[in-house]
Design a protein around this ligand. Structure first.
Ligand code: S3P
Length: 189
């Protein structure tokens, strides 16, 4: 099997990072990690509990620890939480240690995918749509700054998204180190 660099999925809540990540890892026969799940397993409690007791700041400290640990591995697929790019250390670790894929979709699709979810504290508010729009405005430049490539998941099957990611990351096979192309900032899609 050819060496493959790590593949890291970033992007807003409800873009399908976990679903795509799991399917991608299965096809490539790689280990899959979801940083939110690892945090929950370590802590023995769920994300709303961590936000309640430790605040978002406490959650972010745990998130950076887990991202640092998992990104040290080789050939893994990692789905990160939507806010992982907020911390400059996370952005650097992701960029330096793998190919970073920004999964994007519309806010409408995000709303549909997260509508009945109670596990995302940031969306337990009066107007989740506005919250998603605000978060996107704030974070989109950071996703672009961190990403090697950007893939839309809007109205697409996981199968088709996985196929596109495989096709576009094939050029990195055979190298665990790679020249990170300049970030996506400033590009329009
Ligand atoms: C968050 C996204 C969540 C989770 C936490 C905070 C965010 O992950 O990490 O609720 O700040 O956008 P998903 O993107 O997997 O929902």
């Amino acid at each position: 099997m050819q060496a493959l660099p790590n593949l890291f999925l970033i992007g807003p809540m409800g873009t399908g990072k976990s679903t795509i990540g799991r399917a991608l890892a299965a096809e490539l026969q790689r280990d899959f990690f979801d940083s939110d799940h690892v945090i929950e397993q370590r802590c023995g409690c769920n994300i709303p509990w961590i936000f309640d007791v430790e605040g978002e700041a406490g959650f972010r400290i745990r998130e950076t620890q887990v991202i640092d640990e998992i990104t040290r591995r080789q050939g893994v697929v990692l789905a990160t939480g939507g806010g992982a790019v907020m911390h400059p250390t996370n952005r650097r670790l992701l960029r330096e240690r793998g190919v970073v894929i920004y999964l994007s979709t519309t806010v409408e699709q995000q709303l549909r995918r997260t509508a009945r979810d109670r596990n995302r504290p940031l969306l337990q508010c009066e107007n989740p749509e506005q919250r998603l729009r605000d978060l996107l405005e704030q974070r989109d430049p950071l996703y672009r700054e961190t990403a090697t490539l950007m893939v839309s998941t809007d109205r697409r099957s996981p199968r088709s998204v996985v196929a596109e990611i495989r096709r576009r990351t094939r050029r990195y096979a055979g190298s665990t180190a790679y020249d990170c192309p300049s970030s996506l900032s400033g590009y329009s899609f």
